[in-house]
Design a protein around this ligand. Structure first.
Ligand code: PLP
Length: 485
């Protein structure tokens, strides 16, 4: 049942090694993207099949599903969006922000679709390498790289974006004693302002990321840093994620482009040859429509920063959420249906452990919920205002409050939509709740749905082991604290 899903049949996983994208038709460039309606229909069939095939049920009350078709379509739409606005032959590397969905099979799927990896920790780098993403298609960002991480990245030839002057000094020391194939750049914060979600706005005046370009003396410091170091050939900026308007993102990119032009002018040569414009395309969590699309953003960029696409700069992008979010669904069984203060409450198995942001910041992170019956069929019926709760032991563990949905009853399933990025792959171990299994799905040849396990569910034994189970008496007994293994 849960084997490996077939690939595209090309077997050409390394076909994008030169970083140059082929032009692809703009067939998926419609508002609504590659068929929001089709996506919903695929999801309905997958939910039904998950119940019928026993992936979900009383003994497995929470699973996550990934729509492989949808992920491939989003990857293709991203490639074609930039191919449509760049001069022919422009090297473009789309590096998926691994933090959005840190699952090896997902990274492998994206790699097969011509998408590299943007990593920001030793763990993320290991995931990308395990997925087979080559060093030349990997970018290391992180505000807190250790000397060991930098050394490894340089040895592997992975692109490095330097966050601050102290990190640059470390690179000076490392490069004094060896050579590297790594392209290296500096991350700048254009300080163009924040978006709707403060915690995800990286271009505010006081953001912790990059060199704050408008601070006194900073711009001149950056230019000098490049003029003194011929090996600095890239420039990086990432203006923020969810909640940052496209025009503000484009302003951030424009500021980086203008700085690159200034550096190249003063260097008297094209020292900066590649601009890394980050990710951050917002996702529409309110409906099935894909909006904005990657194509729309590419057009906004072309309007705002025409020089970005004239072929003089190679491009790197780092999209995360916009590639994966809408292709993930969590299915949570309704364990109990009750009523409190006159309001129906469905107590499900999806709460703060898999929807941490939504539970702690519900205004910023509302999620759509769809109701399915115990057989996995979409529920019809009038909208009943109800709460959808999670399993955790605190009152705020709610996925939705006062939401009008067909009444959820015991044994039904609540589907939590658009959770393919930053949700079930970002488990939070509250109440020692288990990480749910993740399965990818595809239509099979016989008109059904085939599933492949991406990640097994965490077992209770795993939880015990990860919670010091082998050290039960570490804190008691005569020799406590004496270096016992
Ligand atoms: C988080 C992050 C991204 C991806 O952001 P999304 O909103 O998921 O597209 C890209 N680049 C950097 C440096 C990031 O920190």
């Amino acid at each position: 049942m849960c084997g490996r899903l077939g690939g595209r049949g090309s077997g050409d996983a390394e076909g994008h090694g030169d970083g140059t994208e082929k032009r692809v038709s703009e067939g998926t460039d419609r508002i609504g993207g590659p068929g929001g309606g089709e996506r919903a229909a695929r999801r309905d069939r997958a939910v039904r099949a998950a119940v019928e095939q026993g992936l979900l049920g009383p003994g497995a009350p929470l699973v996550a599903l990934l729509d492989v078709t949808g992920i491939r379509e989003s990857a293709a739409a991203l490639r074609s969006a930039f191919a449509a606005v760049t001069a022919p032959g422009t090297p473009v590397l789309h590096a998926f922000a691994v933090k959005a969905t840190p699952l090896v099979p997902v990274l492998r799927l994206l790699h097969e679709e011509g998408i590299g990896a943007e990593v920001a920790s030793p763990g993320e780098l290991a995931l990308a390498r395990t997925a087979g993403v080559p060093a030349a298609r990997t970018v290391l960002d992180s505000p807190a790289k250790t000397p060991e991480e930098l050394r490894e990245a340089l040895a592997l030839g992975i692109a490095v974006n330097v966050d601050n002057p102290q990190e640059l000094a470390r690179l000076d020391a490392l490069l004094a004693s060896g050579r590297t194939a790594s392209p290296i750049g500096i991350r700048v914060n254009p300080q163009v302002g924040g978006g709707a979600i403060e915690a995800l706005s990286t271009a505010t005046a006081t953001s912790k990321f990059g060199v704050a370009l408008r601070d006194e003396g900073a711009r001149e410091w950056v230019v000098r840093a490049y003029l003194d170091r011929p090996w600095l050939t890239r420039l990086h900026t990432h203006t923020g994620s969810q909640g940052v308007p496209l025009t503000l993102m484009a302003q951030g990119v424009a500021a980086a482009h203008a700085l690159a032009e200034e550096i190249n002018e003063r260097a008297g040569r094209r020292q900066v040859d590649t601009l890394d414009i980050g990710g951050g395309l917002p996702v529409n969590f309110a409906s099935e429509e894909t909006a904005p699309t990657h194509a729309e953003y590419a057009r906004v960029l072309r309007e705002a920063v025409p020089g970005l696409f004239d072929g003089r700069y190679g491009l790197v992008t780092e999209f995360g959420r916009s590639l994966l979010a809408e292709h993930g669904t969590m299915l949570a069984r309704v364990e109990y249906a009750k009523s409190a203060g006159g309001r129906p409450v469905a107590v499900t198995h999806a709460g703060v452990q898999v929807a941490t942001r939504t539970v702690y910041a519900p205004e910023a992170w509302p999620l759509r919920i769809a109701a399915y019956d115990a057989g996995g069929r979409p529920k019809a019926g009038p909208g009943v205002v109800q709460d959808v709760a999670g399993p955790a032991c605190f009152a705020g563990d709610l996925l939705a409050t006062g939401r009008a949905l067909p009444l959820l009853e015991q044994g039904d399933y609540a589907a939590v939509l658009d959770t393919g990025a930053y949700y079930f792959a970002h488990h939070y171990a509250y109440n020692s709740l288990a990480r749910p299994a993740v399965h990818g799905f595809l239509p099979d040849d016989g008109g059904g749905i085939a599933f492949a396990t991406v990640r097994e569910a965490q077992s209770v034994a795993d939880i015990v082991a990860e919670s010091g189970g082998a050290r039960a008496d570490a804190l008691v007994g005569r020799d406590r604290g004496a270096g016992r293994a």
